[in-house]
Write a protein that binds this ligand. Structure first.
Ligand code: BGC
Length: 550
């Protein structure tokens, strides 16, 4: 493993970092089994280097039965044999560090897979045993316990409880799962659970991992001692602001992260973390504080309309919040759980894109708009102070795949919500690397989700040497940002109602045209634009970076 000297020393590197999210199963497949792998990631190191990113975040690569794309973890300290080995993981860390790229991994602490040894042991052990106490097992209601302990729903469907068969073959207790039934929730009151996660954090930190993305960070601590929580709408609006919700964002969850912080600080530089927390925005600073995880995702831009006012409000609010807790803002346009923003920006305002992506939208996505806005949005976002998370394939301008045949859909949120038509598979289709060939260069063994026939036209090969391609826009903007991103301050500049204009203290200005007509640019040296200027004016939906002497 060795010392990772190239990158050690700077303990604030994460504050303005650009992190590229890799969804390993869909990135690059070196062994031709149709599933992306670590060797595939290692093989693409030069490509990643050429993007001028600071780090990569790998979604789960752990052994998993894939009931939820790997977020059902069967062994937290290993690599799925289909994805690679621990030795390959070490090789990846070493090579990436030598290239100046940090590694984040995903920690999934709210639930394990039902294939985890602990859950299997719980199934074989009697009611009341220590093995059952690591999860949330309860007796059912009704004469023979045949009814679930409550009408709690899960994120992936109507039932948040599943009944087990006891070792003697009789119908038995019920266990809680906020997600799929293959994802039993841990009992975070259990000391063994707590200790095991500390062990896991050290295991990966010792291997050189620089940071952790914490899945469903607000759900770990639960108080099930009173009336059993029942049906609820999911989302921050339904969570009490004083930490008293029985399931989400309890005050006790913050105690857990304080113990994690102690582990992070055992390392040099301290390991960092970012919370994926669905807690109300007012409570986000707790997760992001230096005593806890250090950063929390702000997904506000991911659901914002293409609208100047909304953007300005979101940016101002989040910069203020991160000042208050000493963290730095995080910015995200897309990830593995949401419709790609090229599609989102091509839908009419306020479309409920969360409810129906399978089979497409009516009216259909207007990609001409979607692409132009996506290009403008990335340049706007990269000009903001704080750190940016980019999702694989957005640098190719990939559209959302909306026509995956129903019998090939993998996402449990689709399978468990019949008729709702929501699937996250459309943003998880394996990347196109080449114009033609088997799975467009993803691998020699096909792709685990079907790629559209025109996927090659979005490929790296197609865009590599093309002026104005998405890929070259990202490369150039990321390279420039690296030179320009020096301070964490931002000042709004007064402008026409169509433009959003802000400046950084070093004279770096970002101007975005939210309207559908070209607009005159302020005077200054044009450094880069997201689309060619139109008769010297900033085109519809475009962003320009300017240098204006401060
Ligand atoms: C992850 C999802 C996953 C869920 C359950 C989310 O926050 O990003 O992909 O389905 O947690 O682990």
């Amino acid at each position: 493993m060795g010392e990772h000297t190239f990158l050690s020393g700077d303990s604030t590197w994460w504050r303005q970092a650009v992190i590229y999210q890799i969804y390993p199963r869909s990135f690059s497949d070196a062994n031709g089994d149709g599933i992306g792998d670590l060797r595939g990631i290692i093989n693409k190191l030069d490509y990643l280097k050429g993007l001028h990113i600071d780090g990569v975040w790998l979604s789960p690569f752990y052994p998993s039965e894939l009931a939820d794309g790997g977020y059902d973890v069967a062994d937290y300290r290993n690599v799925d044999p289909r994805i690679g080995t621990l030795e390959e993981f070490d090789e990846m860390v070493e090579k990436f560090h030598a290239a100046g790229i940090r590694i984040f991994i995903d920690i999934v602490p709210n639930h394990s897979s039902d294939q985890h040894v602990w859950f299997q042991e719980a199934l074989k052990s009697p009611k009341g045993s220590a093995a059952r106490a690591r999860y949330l097992f309860f007796d059912g209601l009704g004469e023979n316990g045949e009814l679930p302990p409550s009408d709690l729903n899960s994120h992936f469907g109507p039932n948040g409880w599943t009944r087990i068969t006891e070792p003697d073959g009789t119908p038995g207790q019920w266990y809680m799962h906020l997600f799929a039934k293959e994802q039993p929730d841990f009992n975070w009151d259990n000391q063994e659970v707590r200790d095991d996660f500390l062990y896991t954090l050290r295991f990966w930190s010792d291997r050189g991992v620089d940071g952790f993305r914490i899945d469903v960070a607000h759900a770990l601590a639960k108080d099930l001692s009173g009336k059993m929580p029942g049906y609820r709408e999911w989302g921050p609006e339904s969570i009490a602001l004083d930490g008293s919700d029985p399931i989400f964002d309890r005050n006790e969850v913050h105690e857990i992260y304080k113990t994690w912080r102690k582990v992070f600080n055992e390392y040099d530089p301290p390991r960092v973390a970012v919370a994926e927390s669905g807690a109300p925005a007012a409570r986000r600073p707790l997760y992001a504080s230096a005593e806890e995880l250090g950063q929390a995702f702000n997904f506000d831009l991911m659901s914002a309309n293409w609208n100047r006012k909304d953007y300005k409000k979101i940016i101002a609010r989040n910069l203020k919040a991160s000042k208050s807790d000493g963290s730095s803002s995080t910015w995200v346009l897309s990830n593995h759980d949401t419709i790609r923003h090229t599609a989102r920006y091509g839908l009419p305002k306020d479309t409920n894109w969360d409810a129906w992506y399978v089979g497409g939208f009516k009216p259909a996505v207007n990609y001409q708009k979607g692409f132009a806005r996506a290009r403008g949005a990335i340049m706007l976002m990269l000009a903001l102070p704080g750190s940016t998370y980019i999702y694989q394939g957005e640098e190719l301008g990939l559209p959302e795949v909306l026509d995956i045949p129903l019998d090939q859909i993998q996402d449990p949120s689709f399978l468990r919500n019949p008729g709702k038509g929501r699937s996250r598979d459309g943003c998880r289709v394996p990347l196109p690397w080449s114009l033609t060939g088997s799975s467009f260069g993803f691998g020699s063994g096909g792709a685990h989700l079907p790629q559209p026939a025109d996927w090659g036209s979005y490929s790296v090969e197609a865009q590599d040497h093309t002026t104005w391609s998405f890929l070259n826009l990202y490369r150039e903007a990321l390279w420039r940002r690296r030179q320009l991103q020096t301070s964490e301050d931002l000042k709004w500049v007064k402008s026409s109602k169509k433009l959003l204009h802000f400046a950084r203290p070093n004279g770096w200005h970002s101007v975005t045209n939210f309207s559908d007509k070209p607009v005159k640019l302020p005077k200054g040296e044009v450094l880069q634009t997201s689309a060619p200027l139109v008769n010297g004016k900033l085109g519809a939906y475009s962003t320009a970076w300017l240098f204006i002497h401060p």
